[in-house]
Design a protein around this ligand. Structure first.
Ligand code: GTP
Ligand code: SPV
Ligand code: MN
Length: 580
């Protein structure tokens, strides 16, 4: 297979000249191709077979132990003007970045196969979908792209029709953390990634394209590319509301997107549209609609069990690639809080010993096609996407942020999104558990200056009078002993119900300086072991703590200088004044 599109053919030829692969393989996206790549990787040890009776079609990949997460300090946005990337991104002059990358890629694929992967982010027949081509020397990347995107011939057809695509060049290089770069050139719709095989660094359709490059394009074209799950909540009367929710990495998107209603909630159904990324567009009627650009999940494994997420637990029992989990004595995959079996060999391949830390890496992941999800919504394939009733922001906060609150209006909602802060997780290298500002859960993914991004968000109010309502949630508030106050997981539906009732004008609220809060009696805790006192604690807003928080937020917002929209500053001042 080659291509009729000259720009693509030329780029592949140029890249081959630079990287000097032994062979070039154009991926057609067929099951036969996937099977052949798996077989090849089983042969060279890149994949290990798991117990095929218990886990048919499941394989384990052990990454280099120094290559287990996104590397934010090595991720750059290379725009002509530094200010366009903003203080929220690492910036490098494009010519300098390209020189570094040329040096890295020169001869990088010697003796290896170069895979050319045409992919489509979004349903191939959707006007909202966008395509790219990833060139990589990693067959692990190729099989992950097969599970995660619409990849191969159909995507190539569309690319040839559109005549345009995002160029993504990737090589695992030497897997040397000192020679690792994830570079973005949004002005040229180009990505170059070197030295890592890990998901977010290497599967270029995901964070690099569908968030960093797409957010840039979305600003120019009037839409939004967000780090959001998309979920449909169907009540016993058969009405379905769609919500898009932005939580930082490893803060519960996959789990919320496929939650199972609690026992007390007979007749409720939850439909998964997406678990990580949403592309949001206004339609002709001013309704915000969402598509999920992805076709699979790259999800956090630890913590998944029959009680927390039965859907995910069942989904990953077949045709799944596991990365960096442990294995049991009978070669089943194992992870912390699996609640079944025991680890025999840890994620790096050593005999398990508690002294070496967790058996599975805290950021171990599963890769699986979305269609394997028991709660998969067929509308995930609808070209026009689904109408969004509410946008929900959230973070992992042991204190301060209440279980849920609602923004007064769109502009205040943008401030609420901009105020997201969260304890860091193992999804990125660096310290875990430190609170950092993560506006809209996009700190690692916004491909341009946050000041401009907030202005873009605010501009939606001028374009539609039917925008979704905006909320903030926190499932992670803890008591003095460090215990979670809220049961979370399936019981989060109880909070989503309040959110939907607010959207429908079916329930009242208490007005506070930070926004509208539920009256405790409006959160249905039937059948739960949550006392009135605990619920009050979950909904408590401490004015002194909040004043401090808002002061910090003010300092942070000011760091964007002239690019900070005056309207956002004004929203911030309103809340400060209300807090007194
Ligand atoms: P990325 O894929 O990194 O963007 O993460 P994500 O937001 O999809 O996070 P995910 O749903 O995979 O959850 C990450 C971790 O949080 C897992 O270990 C979950 O078990 C845990 N978690 C998810 N939801 C809840 C919840 O409601 N309460 C508590 N306590 N933990 C949760
Ligand atoms: C995240 O870190 O937010 C992820 C995993 O969803 S990765 O694709 O590696 O970015
Ligand atoms: Mn994510």
């Amino acid at each position: 297979m080659t291509t009729r599109l000259k720009s693509l053919g030329d780029w592949v030829a140029e890249t081959a000249k630079l990287t000097q692969p032994e062979a070039i393989h154009w991926c057609d996206g067929s099951k036969q191709e996937y099977d052949a790549l798996v077989k090849q990787m089983l042969g060279d040890g890149t994949l290990l077979e798991l117990n095929q009776q218990n886990y048919p079609g499941c394989y384990l990949h052990r990454s280099d132990p120094q290559d287990v997460a996104r590397v934010e300090h090595l991720t750059y946005v290379c725009t002509q003007q530094e200010d366009d990337a903003g203080p929220n991104n690492n910036w490098m002059e494009p010519a300098e970045a390209k020189a570094i990358m040329r040096d890295c890629f020169e001869g990088a694929m010697k003796g290896r196969t170069m895979y050319v992967i045409p992919y489509c982010m979004g349903p191939v027949d959707s006007p909202y979908a966008r395509c790219g081509v990833e060139i990589t020397d990693s067959p692990y990347v190729a099989v992950n792209m097969y599970l995660m995107t619409r990849m191969g011939s159909a995507a190539l057809d569309r690319i040839e029709r559109d005549g345009t695509f995002v160029k993504g060049l990737h090589s695992i290089g030497e897997l040397d953390p000192e020679r690792r770069y994830i570079m973005h050139f949004p002005e040229e719709l180009t990505i170059m990634s070197y030295g890592s095989g890990y998901g977010g660094n290497a599967l270029l359709g995901k964070k690099c394209h569908a968030l960093r490059i797409a957010s840039w394009q979305a600003r120019d074209e009037g839409w939004l590319a967000e780090h959001m799950l998309i979920v449909g909540i169907q009540n016993p009367q058969g009405e379905t509301h769609y919500l898009a929710c932005a939580f930082p990495s490893a803060c519960g998107k996959t789990n919320l997107a496929m939650l199972i209603p609690p026992e007390t909630h007979k007749g409720w159904k939850v439909w998964t549209l997406g678990d990580d990324i949403a592309w949001l567009h206004l339609d002709e009627d001013g309704q915000l609609r969402a598509i999920n650009p992805e076709a699979g999940y790259f999800g956090v494994v630890p913590g998944t069990n029959r009680k927390t997420n039965r859907n995910a637990y069942d989904m990953i029992t077949h045709d799944t690639i596991f990365t960096n989990v442990a294995v049991t004595a009978n070669n089943d995959p194992w992870w912390e809080d699996k609640d079944e079996g025991a680890p025999a060999v840890d994620w790096v391949g050593r005999t398990y010993s508690p002294g070496n830390g967790p058996a599975a890496h805290p950021n171990s992941r599963f890769t699986v096609a979305a269609t394997q999800n028991p709660s998969y919504s067929k509308l995930a394939d609808a070209p026009e996407g689904v109408p969004i009733s509410a946008l929900v922001f959230g973070g992992r906060r042991r204190e301060l942020a209440p279980l849920v609150y609602q923004a007064r209006d769109w502009a205040h909602g943008v401030l609420v999104g901009a105020s997201v802060a969260s304890e860091t997780t193992a999804a990125a290298t660096g310290k875990v558990g430190v609170v950092r500002r993560d506006p809209m859960a996009m700190k690692p993914f916004c491909g341009y200056n946050y000041g401009d991004y907030w202005a873009h968000w605010l501009s939606f109010a001028e374009r539609s009078s039917k925008l979704p309502k905006i909320f903030h949630v926190n499932w992670f508030r803890r008591d003095a002993n460090g215990k979670f106050l809220w049961p979370g997981f399936g019981d989060n539906l109880r909070v989503l119900r309040w959110i939907i009732d607010r959207c429908e004008g079916r329930v009242g609220a208490i007005e506070k300086p930070i926004g509208h809060l539920p009256r405790p009696e409006d959160i249905d805790v039937s059948g739960l072991d949550v006392s009135n006192g605990t619920l009050e604690q979950l909904l408590a807003v401490d004015p002194k703590q909040w004043r401090e928080e808002m002061e910090h937020l003010g300092e942070y917002l000011s760091s964007f200088g002239e690019r900070l929209p005056a309207a956002l500053d004004a929203e911030h001042r309103k809340v400060m004044d209300a807090l007194g």
